[in-house]
Write a new protein. Sequence first.
Length: 269
Amino acid sequence: MLLPEVGYARPSTVDEAVHVLASHDGARPLAGGQTILNVMKSRAAAPDVLVDLQDLDELRGIELAADGTLVLGAMATYSEVIASAEARARPILGEVCAQIADVQVRNRGTVGGNICSNDPTNHLPPLLVALGTTMTIASSAGERTVPAEEFFVGVYATAAGPGELLTKISIPAGKGDGFAAVTIGKDGTCIVSAAASLDGDAPRVVVGCVHGVPVLVRPDGADEEAVRRAVRGANLEPPSDVHASADYRRHLAEVVAARAVQRARTRRS
Ligand SMILES: Cc1cc2nc3c(=O)[nH]c(=O)nc-3n(C[C@H](O)[C@H](O)[C@H](O)COP(=O)(O)OP(=O)(O)OC[C@H]3O[C@@H](n4cnc5c(N)ncnc54)[C@H](O)[C@@H]3O)c2cc1C
């Protein structure tokens, strides 16, 4: 299906980009275009202006700060993360990016676009919550930071509102992380996913695809029964669809959460 007619801007600085975003009610950022162009073709969204972020060098780059924080520009592509020596400081990130769709999507799709679309089946939202990530958001009023647990506010909705741009994703140093998912189809769409990060003896476990936003649970131990108990205690109310019933998703949530923690423990030892 053809794209509807749409205005187009290609700013060269973040200041210029947030100015264009703030001056049109219907303006939306365009990152890799892997989601938004399909959404526009299906007429599920109709922005007036697409603000192309390709020329914003400020949103590129993957850096490792002296304190071990990994800082990704919002326009870092999955392929750039996979190839980055700096990103290996938190190896789970490249491993999960390598599981996303196919090489074409990975070459165009960006970390910022993945989390700003907040499709509940996307791989990165639960992972970034588990890793204790902080998002930096720019607007014409300046810059603010938001912890990942507050960034995802609903299906396809995030704390980056109209006129705002996600610029940076900051991931602190960690002690061992894991990810597990049950997927379907050739693109590997998640039915249920889980990410875990070890924080002392109590892991941070985050379940995806079971709610509009990633669900963070804090088991009181890292053994399988403690993880399953914590996920059960979250009283998840996942959707039922053609791929899995709500009951089956609840069951899978316990299974993949326990696997993610087990993988994180293996990595730490
Ligand atoms: C065939 C196919 C299979 C896929 N399978 C998977 C999968 O298995 N797992 C998975 O996680 N993803 C999957 N995806 C989605 C893919 O990862 C997309 O790349 C991603 O969801 C969006 O990234 P993008 O850079 O293309 O963003 P875009 O499509 O350009 O933008 C997405 C949304 O985010 C907004 N946005 C983008 N950047 C910013 C920013 N810096 N600040 C504020 N808002 C911004 C846009 O306005 C838009 O609303 C698949 C896509 C395709 C086409």
